[in-house]
Design a protein around this ligand. Sequence first.
Ligand code: S3P
Length: 168
Amino acid sequence: MNNIILIGFMGVGKGSVARELFKQSDYFAVDTDDLIESLENKRIKDIFESEGEEYFRALEFKTALWIEKSVNNTIISTGGGFYKVKNICKIGTIIYLKSSFDAILKRIQEHPNAKKKVAKRPLLKDLKKAKEIYKQRVSEYKSIASLTVNVENKSIKKIAKEILSQIK
Ligand code: S3P
């Protein structure tokens, strides 16, 4: 599969980088959270609230199976927990967008829509818990990725350029 999968913590910029890669290359781009929201006709936070996290994770699994079978030449930006799907390695080249927890928080807080950015992410409401999740995940993100890109203090354009130069 000639896909590129962007993984990393909530708010690190996976969607923005995917949209920029779409502009700068011949790849198409999709976002797993967007796919799930449109299939369920509900926001992620509402799915978490009404059906629970397990239900959401099952939707991620289903999405991953469809991507493996049907998607090619595409940049796939993912939700922060999507990397746990069983077939992640069969979907394409995994790129980990790496940043410290503090820099991610700063990125979210400095966004003009900061409140919305936090409100739409159920696992970001409690910052102490979010930091615990971050700590658990960082080594896992790194270990499954073929490429780790440090995104701290870099523009989205620069990150996309760096990725394209590394995967050529
Ligand atoms: C999650 C990250 C979210 C979204 C859901 C769960 C996670 O996506 O999939 O709220 O487990 O880290 P973003 O990484 O785009 O915030």
